[in-house]
Ligand binder design. Structure first.
Ligand SMILES: [Zn+2]
Length: 380
């Protein structure tokens, strides 16, 4: 299979932060009974032909006809084994759990992404209504379902219903609190569909607040205060062997005015946000943040409640500190939290932010976390 078209398409989206952050998303191309899906450990922005794993479409889809364990943990294990067995001879790459969704589209190309603009609609109170109304006829819209076999089976059912209705297959699949799948037989149509979704949504949302120029001060907070807070954070987190990374931009700043304005960011929007930026940020006041003892108290209370260190420490009116095992992880936490802030901002056009439900958060955090992390890794 000549993978040039999907390589070019993947790189184009992968290099654009409006579409892809921290390795999220995946792409595929079909030819006859073969599907090539982006493999484990590969970034879309720099992918080449070797970054795809080749599988038999018919073997992959046979998973919907076999009897599966009722226990979801065991079921996902069997499904993963089934997917690995569907690889063509000599293929060693690891397909992600989202491979089944790619396989279900009767189109040559599929590009699955989690763009902030689109998630602004999908992580809003009126997500399902808005997606149905704005993209009537061409898009399937699903409420949140845990990634994996259950989601794939739900998608299979709505695609089958559509097929039986005699209408043309869906080219767009919107997943609440997750992201979008776009499918087409040509790379140009994929691009055109994303352009059209973006144009439709841009006409609905408020543009992000402008970053101030070099001469304006982004924060009215004194430099000395920020330094004091930095020292306090360093002191309060030193015993945990973590690195921190400071970020302030206009969109995050908009939510940092008070604990009230911060509310839309108090709970996670998608599984990606949980994995990279933690389920819940810790919001502290400026005075708490300047005093190491008081900051320590806040962090201890957070740990007692959630059993882990926060990945985001948000300081009222100042900025956010990403905490991670290394600088890359700390920076990624800030990147994903900034993404969440954009989502919350855009969600204002659709009835306001709608975080994941508590049970779904817990599911990703505790029970499914290791497997999900593996699936995330396979999407890079
Ligand atoms: Zn996804």
């Amino acid at each position: 299979m000549d993978l040039d078209p999907i390589v070019r398409l993947s790189r184009r989206f992968g290099a654009d932060p409006d579409y892809v952050l921290a390795g999220g998303g995946n792409t595929s191309q079909k030819d006859g009974d073969t599907i090539a899906v982006k493999a484990s450990g590969v970034q879309l922005g720099t992918i080449d032909a070797a970054g795809f794993v080749h599988l038999s479409l018919s073997k992959l889809k046979a998973v919907f006809t076999i009897e599966l364990p009722s226990n979801s943990d065991e079921r996902e294990k069997v499904v993963l084994e089934h997917m690995l067995a569907a690889r063509l001879p000599g293929q060693t790459g690891r397909p992600s759990v989202e491979t089944l969704l790619h396989a279900l589209f009767p189109f040559r190309f599929v590009v699955h992404l989690h763009p902030a603009l689109i998630n602004g609609m999908l992580c809003a109170q009126k997500a399902l209504d808005a997606a149905q109304t704005l993209f009537e006829g061409e898009a399937a819209v699903l409420p949140y379902i845990t990634p994996g076999y259950t989601l794939a089976d739900a998608v299979r059912t709505i695609f089958e219903t559509r097929r039986q209705s005699g209408k043309s297959p869906y080219t767009i699949l919107f997943l609440q609190n997750h992201g979008v799948f776009v499918a087409a037989d040509s790379a140009e149509e994929i691009q055109a569909r994303y352009d059209s979704i973006f144009a439709t949504l841009r006409a609905k949302v408020r543009a992000l607040p402008q970053e101030p120029g070099v001469h304006d001060s982004l924060s009215s907070v004194e430099k000395a205060t920020i330094e004091k807070i930095r020292t306090a954070v360093e002191e309060a987190t030193s015993k945990f062997n973590v690195t921190f990374f400071f970020t302030l931009n206009s969109v995050v700043g908009h939510f940092l005015a008070s604990s009230g304005t911060f509310l839309p960011l108090a709970a996670p929007f998608t599984p990606d946000h949980i994995v990279y930026a933690g389920a819940w940020p810790l919001f502290v006041s400026q005075s708490q943040a300047q005093d190491p003892a008081s900051l320590q108290e806040q962090i201890d209370a957070y740990r007692a409640l959630h059993g882990e260190l926060p990945k985001i420490l948000a300081v009222q009116g100042v900025g956010i500190f990403g905490l991670g095992k290394d600088r890359a992880a700390a920076e990624r936490a800030c990147l994903l939290f900034t993404d969440a802030a954009k989502i919350a901002w855009y969600a204002g056009a659709f009835g306001g932010a709608h975080p994941m439900e508590s049970a779904d958060i817990e599911f990703i955090r505790n029970w499914e976390v290791e497997k999900y992390r593996a699936s995330i890794a396979s999407r890079r």
